[in-house]
Design a protein around this ligand. Structure first.
Ligand code: CDP
Length: 207
């Protein structure tokens, strides 16, 4: 009851696949914090604001995007509109770090996340450090950039080198909020299948 498990990690380290699998195994929802940062970014892009412009806060106040956590996959709703399919566009990938660097945006996202009823599995960059430091179990996923680019290439139109370069660039821009918690178990997912990572985490949580 009230249990929170955090899964953080670098870009395309497999966080959402693993979080979804762990959540299903435990029979709880998972919460994708990255989708909220992506939704903020889409709001900024659609309002035609320059990158990382604080006026995005006006959009968030006028019509806040709402995260809907499920074990199978998260969705984001803006009024009647479902934004989910638009949140993984390349322009969102490219614009998100500038919004995620704004303390006011981070505070807004944190507030949405902390309002969600536990139990759940939360995934992102700073779930175990800033947002849910009291979590019962914390994990941090890493993998070589090439491996991550190969995994993501199925979901993006660009070639492998371009995808890898963009991931490394985003890791650099997100570095400030991407430190593993001191009490997180770090897992290199490079040599493991998603199912192996899920099994490892579930075993750890149940032990
Ligand atoms: O799946 P991927 O790692 O590519 O991205 P994501 O988890 O959807 O996160 C998208 C972006 O949101 C990241 O590049 C960060 O800029 C930001 N983010 C963050 O700052 N803090 C979090 N807890 C989660 C995401």
């Amino acid at each position: 009851l009230g249990v929170i498990i955090t899964i953080d990690g670098v870009a395309a380290s497999g966080k959402s696949t693993v979080a979804s699998g762990v959540a299903r195994a435990l029979g709880v929802p998972y919460v994708s914090s990255g989708l909220l940062y992506r939704a903020v970014t889409l709001c900024g892009l659609e309002a035609e604001l320059p990158g990382g412009d604080l006026r995005v806060l006006d959009c968030l106040q006028a019509q806040p995007p709402r995260l809907q956590p499920h074990a199978e996959g998260n969705r984001v709703q803006l009024g009647e509109r479902d934004l989910t399919e638009d949140l993984h566009a390349t322009r969102v990938d490219e614009g998100v770090s500038a919004y995620a660097a704004l303390p006011q945006v981070r505070a807004w996202v944190d507030e949405q996340l902390r309002a969600l009823p536990a139990p759940f599995v939360a995934e992102g960059r700073d779930m175990g450090t800033n947002v849910f430091p009291q979590a019962q179990a914390k994990f941090y996923l890493t993998a070589h950039p090439r491996v991550r680019a190969e995994r993501r290439s199925a979901e993006r139109p660009e070639d492998l080198d371009a995808i890898e370069a963009a991931l490394v660039e985003r890791d650099t821009r997100d570095a400030a909020q991407s430190l593993p918690a001191a009490d997180a178990l770090v897992i290199d997912t490079g040599e493991l299948t998603a199912q192996e990572v899920i099994d490892r985490i579930v075993a750890e949580v149940r032990s």
